[in-house]
Ligand binder design. Structure first.
Ligand SMILES: *[C@@H]1O[C@H](CO)[C@@H](O)[C@H](O)[C@H]1NC(C)=O
Ligand SMILES: *[C@@H]1O[C@H](CO)[C@@H](O)[C@H](O)[C@H]1NC(C)=O
Ligand SMILES: *[C@@H]1O[C@H](CO)[C@@H](O)[C@H](O)[C@H]1NC(C)=O
Ligand SMILES: *[C@@H]1O[C@H](CO)[C@@H](O)[C@H](O)[C@H]1NC(C)=O
Length: 305
């Protein structure tokens, strides 16, 4: 029982953390590889990058923009992203690079979404300072759409299975997840950078009856929520264990009672057999005859209170 308690309290934590960590590690790696696409960097031109062979299936691109131009004009179509005017970044930089990611068949691996399946690949849009195009491990800038939201027009969205409803899903850089409605069949909107896709609740029953909100916690409540779920898991395991114990002892008791009853029945049967009435012959017929009278008849008048 203790073993199970330990397993259940450890597993979800570790897996959530490692996928989060590897997703951020991937962002850093893809920033590096996307920047390598700038051989003759031109502002406002999309450069497709190439990924290391161990990540085949992921597509990346990079585009450099002047901050003022981004704010005044936006960018009509950066791959699937339609960037409106009014997008600001903080801290302020003179030029920035928007790195595009299409995680293709790696989406599920880096952005697991328990209970859901993706109808489109996870796309990423991340902003970095363009000050040094050979820099690695750059921190992201915080970009915000102050007017209209950034629109994402997904290509080749798989149709949602009958009876299910496709949802836009967005992950911010902390890993918190939001769901919203799909617009015009294949469009999602966002006011900030992050990773985006269209997903649908899987019809197959999820093997683990975990709470239906796989939402990783917001940064502030992170630790609290985590330890909260841990506590719940431990409480659940303990209560489950106790219930199991109760059931077991009930079964043992019942088996004991059952055996006792069986014994009693057997004894009774044996007694019945032993007490077979003696037969006496009356003429030709046989009739049962008691060997002795069990209750002596008393005459009422003899009864003296
Ligand atoms: C893929 O290869 C690159 C460069 O060879 C390496 O830095 C990176 O850690 C590898 N990534 C994965 C996920 O294996
Ligand atoms: C994605 O597909 C490529 C080939 O197109 C393959 O090399 C790679 O291993 C696949 N990735 C995953 C996570 O299955
Ligand atoms: C740009 O970044 C690279 C790698 O971090 C560093 O070696 C180089 O000195 C930086 N260049 C400038 C001009 O800061
Ligand atoms: C999710 O929604 C909350 C509240 O509406 C918002 O503060 C947060 O930025 C959203 N996150 C993403 C990734 O869209």
């Amino acid at each position: 029982m203790l073993f199970f308690v330990i397993c259940f309290s450890r597993l979800p934590d570790v897996s959530a953390q490692s996928s989060r960590g590897s997703a951020r590690g991937l962002d850093a790696l893809l920033q590096d590889y996307a920047y390598r696409a700038f051989v003759h960097p031109k502002t406002g031109v999309i450069f497709d990058g190439s990924v290391p062979s161990n990540l085949t299936g992921i597509q990346i691109a990079a585009m450099r923009l002047r901050s003022g131009s981004l704010y005044r004009k936006g960018f009509d179509m950066y791959k699937e992203f339609e960037i409106p005017e009014g997008v600001t970044e903080s801290p302020y930089v003179e030029r920035l690079v928007l790195v595009y990611q299409n995680l293709g068949n790696w989406s599920m691996l880096y952005y697991p979404l328990p209970g859901y399946s993706y109808l489109a690949p996870v796309l990423g849009l991340l902003a970095y300072d363009a000050g040094n195009l050979s820099a690695k491990n750059l921190p992201e800038l915080d970009i915000r759409a102050s007017g209209d939201p950034i629109m994402i027009e997904f290509q080749d969205v798989k149709p949602a299975p009958a009876g299910t409803m496709a949802k836009c899903v967005s992950f911010d850089l902390d890993g918190s997840v939001n769901f919203s409605n799909v617009e015009s069949g294949n469009m999602c909107s966002t006011v900030q950078q992050g990773h985006f896709s269209i997903a649908v609740e899987s019809t197959a029953p999820s093997p683990t009856p975990v709470s239906p909100s796989p939402t990783p916690p917001m940064p502030s409540g992170k630790r609290k929520k985590k330890s909260n779920t841990k506590v719940w898991i431990i409480v659940g395991s303990v209560v489950g264990g106790l219930a199991l114990l109760a059931l077991l002892s009930f079964l043992v008791l019942w088996a004991k009672k059952y055996r006792e009853r069986k014994n009693l029945q057997r004894m009774e049967k044996a007694a019945d057999v032993g007490e077979a009435l003696q037969m006496t012959s009356v003429g030709d017929a046989k009739a049962p005859a008691a060997t002795f009278t069990r209750t002596q008849p008393t005459i009422e008048t003899e009864y003296v209170p």
